[in-house]
Design a protein around this ligand. Structure first.
Ligand SMILES: *[C@@H]1O[C@H](CO)[C@@H](O)[C@H](O)[C@H]1NC(C)=O
Ligand SMILES: *[C@@H]1O[C@H](CO)[C@@H](O)[C@H](O)[C@H]1NC(C)=O
Ligand SMILES: *[C@@H]1O[C@H](CO)[C@@H](O)[C@H](O)[C@H]1NC(C)=O
Ligand SMILES: *[C@@H]1O[C@H](CO)[C@@H](O)[C@H](O)[C@H]1NC(C)=O
Length: 139
């Protein structure tokens, strides 16, 4: 009884990975930039503020987490590219779908940031591959 209670408490937190996830999947999220200037992204969830990160052309920023047992994990990204700006969910229930591959093992989600907007895929492919879902333009 006590251990079940502890498990439920632990699994409801979104914790950065220090060991394998217990009952939920580990997610590795990659934010890759194909913009020839540096861009800045501020990533945060309700529990975690990952801070500001500069991503150069062809660079990427990556982080990992254990999914929330109740499926409520949410990470938001706030992006700056010169005078342009955009914010969007980098991980939530809607993103989990296209990125989710198979039960067990680590899940991967790739974001590709381009001058024409933000695209997501469960696979790191070239852009000419159609397997990218467009999400938002820059504003
Ligand atoms: C993050 O970077 C943006 C854009 O450069 C800046 O406006 C913002 O103040 C920065 N935030 C922090 C916490 O450094
Ligand atoms: C994605 O694929 C490209 C081309 O193979 C590779 O250069 C890059 O390192 C990969 N990015 C990640 C985050 O795995
Ligand atoms: C990034 O941009 C370069 C030049 O436009 C292009 O050759 C390359 O395929 C792009 N990479 C991705 C992952 O879209
Ligand atoms: C992306 O590719 C995977 C594997 O090839 C496939 O299962 C999936 O349906 C594709 N998704 C889209 C949107 O094309």
């Amino acid at each position: 009884m006590h251990s079940l209670f502890t498990l439920l408490i632990l699994s409801s937190l979104i914790v950065p990975i220090t060991h394998a996830c217990r009952i939920t999947s580990q997610w590795d999220i990659f934010v890759m930039s194909n913009i020839t200037d540096n861009i800045v992204v501020h990533i945060k969830s309700g529990d975690d503020d990952l801070g500001n990160h500069t991503i150069p052309f062809n660079g990427n920023y990556q982080w990992s987490f254990c999914d929330n047992y109740f499926g409520r994990t949410l990470f938001y990204g706030y992006f700056w590219w010169g005078s342009k700006y955009q914010s969007l969910a980098l991980f939530d229930d809607e993103i989990r779908g296209p990125c989710y591959r198979s039960k067990g093992g680590t899940q991967h989600c790739y974001w590709l940031v381009r001058p024409d907007g933000f695209f997501v895929s469960g696979y790191n492919r070239t852009f000419s591959d159609t397997n990218w879902t467009f999400k938002k333009h820059w504003v």
